[in-house]
Design a protein around this ligand. Structure first.
Ligand code: 4NP
Length: 155
């Protein structure tokens, strides 16, 4: 099984959105038996909470399931458990590297660096623009899935 962990700050807006979108892309490609997705936050304030209302509304609109998802904080052991640790912004990359004790391991990456639109995924906690975040997250997840297929299955 190939495993992906999405990381943001609170694990209620961006990374749960990425997890839900990625899971649907995986299903659409018939790869649910090969690739799993999870998410975590560098912060712990929202642990146990469902995704943010704005994330839920956007996912509902797009018909993407987020059933059973609950926020949790990134854990040191996540480094061993996941093949790809995909962060939403540069600060998340820095914090995840510190928390995981991995200053330069290439499995920790920033999502939009995989696209032609390198940068941070804007945080709708501050922007209130869940549509923009959804579009960027979806574009990033498509590239991520292509990368995983290339690297893991030689596709
Ligand atoms: P997220 O957004 O990192 O995309 O889940 C945030 C959620 C909560 C907070 C900040 C960002 N907060 O400060 O509680």
């Amino acid at each position: 099984m190939v495993s992906v962990l999405f990381v943001c700050l609170g694990n209620i807006c961006r990374s749960p959105m990425a997890e839900a979108v990625m899971r649907r892309l995986i299903e659409q490609k018939g790869l649910s038996g090969e690739i799993t997705a999870d998410s975590a936050g560098t912060g712990s304030w929202h642990a146990g909470e469902a995704p943010h209302e704005g994330t839920r509304r956007k996912l509902d609109e797009e018909g993407v399931s987020y059933e059973g998802m609950a926020a949790r904080q990134l854990d040191k052991q996540d480094f061993e458990k996941f093949n790809y640790i995909v962060c939403m912004d540069e600060q998340n990359v820095r914090d995840a590297r510190k928390m995981l004790g991995q200053p330069d391991d290439p499995k920790i990456i920033r999502l939009l660096d995989l696209t032609g639109n390198a940068g941070d995924v804007p945080d709708p906690w501050y922007t209130d623009n869940f549509n923009e975040t959804y579009e960027l997250v979806t574009a990033g997840c498509r590239e991520l899935l292509d990368k995983i297929e290339r690297e893991q299955f030689g596709g």
